[in-house]
Design a binder for this molecule. Structure first.
Ligand SMILES: Cc1ncc(COP(=O)(O)O)c(C=O)c1O
Length: 491
């Protein structure tokens, strides 16, 4: 029998109806107003192949968001799935509490070789929130261990999202998703983000001046809070929430200098920006700054199994014992070259752990994922095509509703405005209708997965698999053009 979405037989339709009934009765979707599905079906995605996913009716969608900034290598890669299956047969599980297992060691070594500077130590988690949580806990315990027990505060930017667990939520800069869970863990301090499109008037004329001001606001916040109370600054290379704010030129160099001057750690939250999203293994490499910690998740496995973690500098590891320097009969290329982290090592224990962190299956999958990156030179694909991606999206700026297109690599935000000349944004009611009432269902219906978000000003976000080429950019542009044109006519 034919459906509006494709074809399916009666048995297929009965199975779909059962799945919908069970989903409505038992499944709780994340960050989702469940009542919005009271009268309608939930979208059910059943399989993926390359840059596309398919729903339970057989309809195809271009995955313009890599699921949730995750599927870097695209869907349906048998060799990555098989690496996980092989590992599950050999050793499905063993903890990283007091023991190592080979895939965790191999992955830690490989990530250390890819990470910038002296970030030679991998601490694995299962998610990005746990990675952020771990980084804050490490910063606090590190400072206690080296005799600076007053340092516990963390600076992060307005509207930035750093995760949902209570520590990560205290670092997150979105009041709306924090309010139900107040009081927060103490110590979260906000500084301005780098949204140049909406820069304050006194620095709006020049992006470098704006960047210097935004960085200096971090300096002022540290001074205001008292440098001896500040542990770390958490920043994404390109801030996701708010719609892809790249760093102005000179911003990170200045932030690094400010952190060094005050003895504050710089944590680069690369849960989205690592693993090719910006054309480099790590986003900090694109903008040429050296973090003390990098947090990662998502793209490290391209979603074939969950994994997160942090890469930690040798210097931060020192109070916790830096381990044996030489491995008999084996010299790691990384160790041979590295310069940081000399001096006596301590005996402290990082009092933190997660049962499934660095899970053998996930570690095996991450290694296979990185093999695909290498074999297909995905970083080169992003670097070669990002200009074309941007240029294709910029065609949309001829529409009256498109105010700004911004981002880098394969990571773009399109800000929607009511008046291009004045940059006037939509009221809360208009935004509610535009994003949830119209755009989200309309782009999905038109066959594109992307994100319509108004946690800051209304934006559409795109972060497709790193294998995408011009045909996919064109498909995104054409779908968005049609849907945004229709939205404008209905406003
Ligand atoms: C920058 C950043 N940090 C942390 C997180 C939290 O990651 P997770 O959802 O895996 O807990 C996210 C999730 O999108 C993120 O974008």
């Amino acid at each position: 029998m034919s459906t509006p979405h494709g074809t399916s037989d009666h048995r297929g339709e009965a199975a779909q109806r059962h799945l919908q009934a069970a989903a409505h009765r038992h499944l709780w979707l994340h960050f989702t107003r469940m009542s919005s599905y009271a009268e309608s079906d939930m979208p059910v995605i059943v399989r993926g192949s390359g840059q596309y996913v398919y729903d339970d009716r057989g309809k195809r969608y271009l995955d313009g968001l890599s699921g949730l900034f995750v599927s870097q290598i695209g869907h349906g890669r048998a060799e990555v799935a098989e690496a996980g299956a092989r590992q599950a047969s050999e050793l499905a599980y063993f903890p990283l509490w007091s023991y190592a297992h080979p895939r965790a060691v191999e992955l830690a070594e490989r990530l250390a070789a890819l990470a910038p500077g002296n970030l030679n130590r991998a601490f694995f988690t299962t998610s990005g929130s746990e990675a952020v949580e771990s980084a804050w806990k490490l910063a606090k315990q590190y400072f206690k261990t080296i005799g600076q027990p007053g340092r516990y505060k963390v600076l992060s930017r307005d509207i930035a999202y750093h995760g949902t667990s209570m520590g990560a939520l205290a670092i997150t800069g979105l009041p709306g998703i924090k309010e139900p869970f107040e009081p927060m863990a103490p110590g979260g301090v906000r500084v301005p983000n780098t949204n140049f499109y909406r820069a304050p008037d006194f620095v709006a004329g020049d992006v470098e001046t704006f960047g210097r001001w935004a960085a200096d606001e971090i300096d002022r916040a540290i001074e205001r809070e008292g440098p001896e109370s500040v542990a770390a600054v958490f920043l994404e290379p390109v801030q996701n929430s708010g719609g892809c704010f790249p760093p102005p030129p000179g911003y990170f160099a200045r932030v690094r200098e400010i952190c060094d001057r005050h003895g504050v750690l710089l944590v680069s939250d690369e849960v989205i920006c690592a693993f090719g999203r910006l054309g480099y293994y790590f986003g900090s490499q694109r903008y040429g700054y050296q973090p003390d910690i990098i947090t990662f998740a998502k793209g490290v496995t391209s979603g074939y199994s969950p994994l997160g973690g942090m890469m930690v500098s040798d210097a931060l590891m020192e109070p916790f014992g830096s381990g044996r320097e030489d491995i008999s009969g084996f010299e790691s290329p990384r160790r041979a070259g590295h310069t940081g982290g000399s001096g006596p090592s301590g005996t402290a224990t990082f009092l933190h752990g997660v049962t499934f962190a660095g899970h053998p299956v996930s570690a095996a999958v991450a290694l296979a994922n990185l093999d695909v990156f290498e074999k297909e030179d995905l970083l080169a694909n992003v670097r070669a095509n990002e200009g074309a991606f941007r240029a294709t999206l910029e065609k949309l700026t001829d529409l009256p509703i498109v105010g700004d297109v911004r981002g880098d690599g394969y990571f773009y935000g399109i800000e929607l405005v009511k008046d291009k000349a004045t940059k006037e944004t939509f009221s809360d009611e208009e935004s509610e209708w535009l994003l949830r009432g119209f755009l989200s269902p309309a782009v999905f219906e038109a066959g594109l997965i992307c994100r319509a978000d108004d946690r800051g000003d209304p934006v559409i976000q795109l972060a497709p698999p790193l294998t995408c080429t011009q045909e996919h950019f064109d498909e995104m542009e054409q779908i968005l053009r049609a849907v945004l044109t229709e939205a404008w006519s209905q406003l």
